[in-house]
Each structure stands twice: as C-alpha cells, then as structure tokens.
Write a protein that binds this ligand. Structure first.
Ligand code: NAD
Length: 354
C-alpha cells in the first residue's frame, strides 16, 4: 500500500500520482465518484482523464447546494451504491464542495458499516476547511450538521485549477474560513489575507496550503474536538444559527456558509472585546475589512431573537450551556466562553451601526 497516512493532503500533480499509486496498490471492487450537478459538469471532465485504473467507475450525482445536504439525499446515494453492487471493497471519491465532501464522507462511513473514501474538494471552502479533518455529516431540517460521524478520508487531493469555474460569491464564501484561520492562529497571516479583496488564482496556492496547515495542525492535536479543535468554530456559533435561520426564511436573503460565518466573526469579535479585552482598534479593522468584502445584512429584533434561539442546537453546547470561542487577541483564542444574551443583542447593534 502506498505510504500515505490517513487524511494526508496532496497538491496538484503529486495528488494525481498519489491517488493512482493508491488505486494500484488497493484492489477495489468498484470506484464510485460522487458529484453534484455543477461538479459533474465542471470538474468531472478534468478529473477522469487523470485517473489510471482498470477498476470499473460509476458516477453518482446529487443535486447541488446546502438544502440537499440531508438524509433524503443520503438515502438516494446509499440506494445507488447498493443498486450498483457496491461492497465493502468499494471506494467512494467525493468530487465537489463541502456539501459533497460532508455528505459523501458520511455516506461512505456508514454504508456496509464503512467503506473507504477520498476527498477531491472543488470549492475554496472545501479545500481549506470542509475536506480536511474527518468531520462528515448532514443537516437535520434547518439545523446544521446535526447528524454525522468523524471518519477520515484516505487522502485529500487539492488542485486549485478546479476553482477556475467557481462563481465569485463562492470564492468569497471560502475566504471567510481563511480569514478565520488567520484570526485564531496567526496575525501575520490575517494581515495578509484580510487585505485580499480580489483573490487571484496566483495568490491562492500558497494561501490554501497555509490554511490547510493551520487546520491540520489543530486537528492532529485534538481530532475529536475535546478542546483545541473547538477554536476552529470561531464565528460559527452565531454563523451557523444565522445560516440556518436564513435557509428557512424565504424573506431573508440566502446566505452562503462563509457569508454567514463572516457575520459571525464580526459578532464574536465584538463580544471578545467586551468579555476578553480584545483590542478595540483590531475589532474596528476586522469589521471594516469584512464589511468591505461581504456587505451587510439587515436583522430585525425578531430575527435576532430567533437566531439566538437556534444557537441552543450548537454542537459545542454542554448541558444546555451555549459555549462560544472568543479571542483575547488575534492568534489567542479561548474556548468554552459563556455569553449573556444581552451581549449578543449588543453585538448585532454594533454590526448594524458599523
Ligand atoms: P457547496 O458544496 O454547496 O458548493 C458551493 C456551490 O459551488 C455549489 O453550487 C456547487 O455545486 C458549486 N461548485 C462546486 N465546485 C465547483 C466548481 N469547481 N465550479 C463551479 N461550481 C462549483 O458548498 P461549500 O461552500 O463548498 O461548502 C459548504 C459546506 O461545507 C457547508 O455545508 C458546511 O457546513 C460544510 N463545512 C464542513 C466543514 C467540515 O469540517 N466538515 C468545515 C466547513 C464547512
């Protein structure tokens, strides 16, 4: 078997030689490639010619987008695997964004009690975040990522060429997780990525590697999120609640994952200033940059109440207590912080008037 630790990330051409080595060394009964309608059109034609194997390949397609990251879609994929005679020696390759890698990883980890899978992320967000670290799963109704398992892929293949067809708003969505990596881990990196209003493909390869390294280091130290890994949820406690709320309220503008996280980052940074003495000038700098990049969303008092209500489903909560990640400074996160609701309202007020 090829010398690859589980979940290892490979880049560009090396990635294809590694997967081909892996396919040669492991006698899979069948290879399934999971795509959504967009990655079927834009990514599969580039991916297939890079794969050298005599093993039969089957393509399974799901509908694109977060509303389809649910158990109904899993059911369709499990049934397709079964109808196409998938067995425990089958391999699933997830070629897509975070929806495909999250859902595909979960389907693979549960089909026949677990088959091997490989992630080939095709969005910026899935490259720097979703495809790395072994968190898999789906939404339950409008509640984000409630059902899932932690199960590592065999490897992750990162090729930024796939980003050439990714819409700009999806690039911006991925940038939010990159900004988060800077804020929780490295001020120099934040200063670099916070200035990138217009990401070019040339900047990207370096940035993607640094972000993946930040995430992979945290995950290696705390794979099951008992402590340090929670820091990767910076901006997500409110971000997920905002994303869930907007998903189910047609009158609100639909927010991509990263767009909701960007708002969550501003709110969490304001709360960090209030509770952890996070420097005020840095809060203002972060807020200005994020609003320049993502614009602003209006939230009424009623919206905010419902968003706060949704936070009770956050997976970091313990015994009904909502746990936030806050920052003492850039690169100095603190986990398991409790925040009074009043401060959350104040944070939304700060965002509104910023
Ligand atoms: P996504 O998978 O919905 O992809 C966004 C859109 O881009 C989709 O319409 C998709 O079809 C399209 N697309 C994908 N690649 C393309 C390409 N190369 N060219 C053109 N179109 C392309 O969403 P996402 O932003 O990649 O991921 C968001 C999901 O990731 C959320 O569900 C979030 O919860 C999850 N996530 C998971 C983790 C984790 O650790 N598992 C971390 C962060 C986010």
């Amino acid at each position: 078997m090829a010398n690859t630790a589980k979940g290892t990330v490979f880049y560009k051409e090396k990635a294809y030689s590694k997967i081909n080595e892996y396919l040669l060394d492991n006698k899979h009964s069948k290879i399934f490639i999971l795509v959504d309608s967009n990655t079927h059109e834009h990514c599969l034609p580039a991916f297939l010619p890079k794969i050298n194997t005599n093993t039969a390949i089957e393509i399974i397609e799901i509908e694109a987008g977060e509303p389809h990251k649910n158990l109904d879609t899993c059911m369709g994929v499990w049934e397709a695997l079964s109808d196409l005679e998938g067995d425990r020696k089958s391999l699933l390759i997830n070629l897509g964004g975070g929806v495909v890698t999250d859902l595909g990883g979960f389907v693979a980890s549960t089909f026949k009690r677990g088959i091997k899978y490989i992630n080939v992320p095709t969005t910026l967000l899935s490259m720097v975040d979703a495809s790395v670290g072994g968190k898999t799963g789906v939404d339950l109704g409008n509640l984000k990522n409630q059902i899932g398992v932690i199960a590592n892929s065999e490897m992750v293949l990162v090729d930024s060429d796939y980003l050439a067809t990714l819409p700009t708003e999806e690039m911006r969505s991925g940038l939010a997780e990159i900004l988060k990596h800077g804020l929780i881990a490295n001020e120099d990196y934040w200063n670099k990525v916070g200035k990138l209003s217009d990401l070019t493909l040339n900047d990207l390869d370096d940035i993607i590697r640094v972000s993946i390294d930040i995430k992979a280091k945290v995950v290696a130290e705390d794979p099951f999120e008992n402590g340090l890994r929670k820091t990767l949820n910076y901006g997500h406690t409110l971000g997920h609640a905002i994303e869930s709320y907007c998903l189910t309220h047609q009158e609100k503008q639909t927010l991509l994952h990263g767009e909701a996280v960007a708002i969550g980052i501003i709110l969490a940074t304001y709360i960090s200033k209030e509770l952890k003495n996070f420097p005020k000038d840095k809060l203002e700098g972060i807020t200005k940059r994020i609003i320049e990049l993502y614009g602003k969303v209006d939230f009424s008092q009623k919206d905010i109440e419902k968003i706060i209500d949704l936070m009770k489903f956050d997976k970091k909560n313990e015994a009904g207590i909502i746990n936030f990640v806050l920052l003492k400074d850039i690169g100095a996160p603190e986990i398991d912080c409790q925040v009074p609701n009043e401060l959350i309202f104040n944070a939304f007020e700060f965002y509104k008037t910023a």
